[in-house]
Write a protein that binds this ligand. Structure first.
Ligand code: HEC
Ligand code: HEC
Ligand code: HEC
Ligand code: HEC
Ligand code: HEC
Length: 207
C-alpha cells in the first residue's frame, strides 16, 4: 500500500515537473516569437559567463549551522588570507571537495592558541589520527550526481553556490543549491545538459 502511494506520488511529481517544463518551454517559445516579431529591437542577450556566476538564491529556511566538534570560523581564517584549497581539495574523480584533517590545522596551531581548549581538542585528534567528525552542511539525496570538478572546470565559483563564505562565522546552509530547480535554472541558462539522467542515477541506483 505504502509502495503504491509512493509510486503515485512520484508519478504526480513527474507530471508536475513535465507541466513546469512545458510551461517553461512555452514561455521561451513565446519569448522567441516576440523577438522575431520585432526585428528592429535587439533581442535580449544572455551573457552566459556572467550568469554562470550570478549567486544562486538564498535558502529561505536559512537554518543556523550545526554545532561542529571544533568551533571553526571561516570568517576568522579567511581574513588571514588563506585559500579554499588549503583545506578543500578535489581528489580522485573530483566529486568531493573534502574536509580538512587535524594535521592541516596543526600546521599553524602547534604554535597558535595552543593553550585554548578547542585547540587542545584539535591536537588530540591530530595525535590519535582519528578523523575530525565534521557535521556536513550541504547534502544531496543519494543517487543525485554532482561533481565539483565539472563545475570548477566550467568556471563556476565556490561563492556562487555556497554564498559569502568569507563572512561566515559559522558555516550554514545559506543557499538553495541542493534544490533541483536551482540546478536546472543554471543549466538551462548556460546550455548545460538537462536530461533526467544527467543528474539522476535512477532506475539503476540501488537505495
Ligand atoms: C555548482 C555549485 C557548486 C560549486 C561551484 C561549488 N559547490 Fe561545493 N557543494 C555543492 C553541492 C550541491 C554540495 C553537496 C554535494 C553532495 O551532497 O554530494 C557541495 C558540497 C561541498 C562540500 C562538502 C562535501 C564535499 O564535497 O566534501 C564542500 C567542502 C564544498 N562543497 C566546498 C566547495 C568549494 C571549496 C568550492 C569551490 C572550489 C565549491 N564547493 C564549489 C555545490 C557547489
Ligand atoms: C594559517 C594558519 C592557520 C591555520 C591553517 C588554521 N588556523 Fe585556526 N587560527 C589561526 C589564527 C591566527 C587564529 C587566531 C588566534 C588568536 O586569536 O589567538 C586561529 C584561531 C582558531 C580558533 C579559535 C581559538 C580560540 O579559542 O581562541 C579555532 C577553534 C581554530 N583556529 C581552529 C582551526 C581549525 C579547526 C583549523 C583547521 C581546519 C585551523 N584553525 C587552521 C590560524 C590558523
Ligand atoms: C583553514 C581551513 C579552511 C579553509 C581555508 C576553508 N575552509 Fe571551508 N571548511 C573548513 C572546515 C573545518 C569545514 C567543516 C566545518 C564547518 O562546516 O564549519 C568547512 C566547511 C565548508 C563548507 C561546508 C561543507 C558541507 O557541506 O559540509 C563549505 C561550503 C566550505 N567550507 C567552503 C569553503 C570555501 C568556499 C572556502 C574558501 C573561500 C573555504 N571553505 C576555506 C575549513 C576551511
Ligand atoms: C541539473 C540536475 C538535475 C536534472 C537535470 C534533473 N534533476 Fe531531479 N533533482 C535534482 C536535485 C539536485 C534534486 C534534489 C535532491 C535533494 O533534495 O537532495 C532532485 C530531485 C528530484 C526528485 C525528488 C527526489 C528523488 O530523487 O526522487 C524527483 C522525482 C526528480 N528530481 C525528478 C526529475 C526528473 C523527472 C527529471 C527530468 C525531467 C529531473 N529530475 C532532472 C537535480 C536534477
Ligand atoms: C551556477 C550554475 C550551475 C549550477 C547552480 C549547477 N550547475 Fe551543473 N553545470 C553547470 C555548467 C556550466 C556545467 C558544464 C557544462 C559543460 O561543461 O558543458 C555543468 C555540468 C554538470 C554536470 C555534467 C553534465 C555532463 O554530462 O557533462 C552535472 C552532472 C551537473 N552539472 C549536475 C548539477 C547538479 C546536480 C546541480 C545542483 C545540485 C548543478 N549541476 C548545479 C552549471 C551549473
Amino acid at each position: 500500500m505504502t509502495k503504491i502511494t509512493g509510486r503515485l506520488a512520484v508519478a504526480i511529481g513527474v507530471q508536475i515537473l513535465a507541466a513546469v517544463f512545458l510551461f517553461g518551454a512555452g514561455l521561451r517559445a513565446a519569448g522567441q516569437k516576440q523577438a522575431q516579431a520585432k526585428p528592429a529591437q535587439a533581442a535580449p542577450k544572455i551573457n552566459a559567463s556572467e550568469y554562470r556566476n550570478s549567486p544562486v538564491p538564498p535558502n529561505p529556511a536559512n537554518p543556523p549551522g550545526p554545532v561542529q566538534p571544533i568551533p571553526y570560523s571561516h570568517k576568522l581564517h579567511l581574513a588571514l588570507g588563506l585559500q579554499c584549497n588549503l583545506c578543500h581539495q578535489n581528489p580522485g574523480n573530483g566529486a568531493l571537495m573534502t574536509l580538512p584533517t587535524a594535521q592541516t590545522c596543526m600546521s599553524c596551531h602547534k604554535a597558535i592558541a595552543a593553550d585554548k581548549p578547542p585547540i587542545q581538542k584539535l591536537a588530540e585528534y591530530a595525535k590519535s589520527g582519528r578523523p575530525i567528525p565534521w557535521v556536513r552542511v550541504y547534502v544531496l539525496l543519494k543517487g543525485v550526481n554532482f561533481s565539483h570538478k565539472t563545475h570548477i572546470a566550467a568556471n563556476v565559483q565556490c561563492v556562487t553556490c555556497h554564498g559569502d563564505v568569507p563572512q561566515f562565522q559559522v558555516m550554514h546552509e545559506a543557499t538553495s543549491i541542493t534544490a533541483m530547480s536551482v540546478c536546472l535554472k543554471c543549466h538551462m541558462m548556460n546550455k548545460a545538459p538537462t536530461t533526467c539522467k544527467t543528474c539522476h542515477s535512477w532506475p539503476d541506483y540501488k537505495y
